[in-house]
Design a protein around this ligand. Structure first.
Ligand SMILES: N[C@@H](CCC(=O)N[C@@H](CS)C(=O)NCC(=O)O)C(=O)O
Length: 265
């Protein structure tokens, strides 16, 4: 049986779980609690030295990177039915799978510079925060995390994240002007790959990122949220109290974030 190492609220995990639900794949669900630091356990880091979820195990083969996992599952277990057949649309879909790396980095930046920063500063000592950061295997990710905690929304990583998101939402909106789904008339792998990130921005109370300038993104998100896979893999696996608290805290940052967003072209 497929084994998926994942964590309930992690956007990259949600992405793969939604894909597995859409394909109709059962799996052994192995939870790695990122808040408790279980990603740094030597047994888990032997599977993924980057100390990150998701990790898929298929017949002993270890597969990391959520976009790669999605593409693999669709190809091996779903006759590539989620990949567009049209050549240009397939290139678009593969480009979105690659762009997820920058979009994920943006989700990470906006989560850690706002809600996670507030929570950590309120509940941990500076030494505890630093000890957590020091466990991150990538020294550049450590620098980023320190900066997000030190500067919050004033960090240059925030401007970088917003630059990627401006382009991504504009491209999504343009794509959605031609069809109901990201790569055309058929629901596909790009829709699955993108939804967890956009959903996270909404959960942070940041839907102003698309409401006025790229409204098709919001309509598409609502269509994705109406699918059974979203009900099962997001609503069914996220603590409603935690979700309400994320939105309440995140919304307090929106006025400041909106000012930075409006300055990004
Ligand atoms: N590009 C990777 C990113 C994986 C990643 O960073 N996952 C996050 C959760 S969404 C994680 O496990 N972070 C570890 C941590 O917070 O320490 C992918 O798409 O799979």
């Amino acid at each position: 049986m497929l084994k998926l190492y994942n964590f309930g609220t992690s956007v990259c995990s949600v992405k793969v779980r939604i894909g597995m639900a859409e394909i109709g794949l059962d799996y052994e669900d192995i939870q790695i609690n990122l808040q408790k630091g279980e990603q740094f356990a030597p047994e888990f880091m032997a599977l993924n030295p980057s100390a990150a979820v998701p990790v898929l195990i298929d017949d002993g083969m270890i597969i990391v990177e959520s976009s790669l996992i999605l593409e693999y599952l669709d190809r091996i277990y779903n006759a590539s039915n989620l990949m567009p057949k049209d050549r240009a649309a397939e290139v678009e879909a593969r480009h979105w799978l690659l762009r997820c790396i920058a979009i994920h980095a943006a989700a990470n930046t906006l989560t850690f510079s706002t809600v996670n920063r507030s929570r950590s500063l309120a509940s941990k000592t500076p030494e505890e925060i630093e000890a957590g950061i020091a466990k991150m295997p990538d020294p550049v990710n450590q620098i980023k995390r320190r900066d997000l905690y030190a500067q919050g929304l004033k960090s240059p990583y925030v401007a970088q994240a917003l630059m990627h998101l401006r382009r991504a939402f504009a491209d999504m909106d343009a794509a959605l002007s031609k069809g109901d789904w990201i790569t055309g008339p058929d629901f596909g792998i790009s829709d699955i790959a993108l939804v967890s990130y956009v959903d996270r921005f909404e959960r942070l109370g940041f839907e102003g990122l698309w409401q006025d300038s790229t409204p098709r993104v919001g309509e598409w998100l609502a269509a994705m949220q109406a699918r059974q896979s979203y009900t099962d893999e997001v609503l069914g696996k996220i603590d409603p109290k935690g979700a309400a608290s994320m939105r309440e805290t995140g919304s307090e940052f929106w006025p400041e974030l909106e000012g930075i967003w409006n300055a990004i072209t």
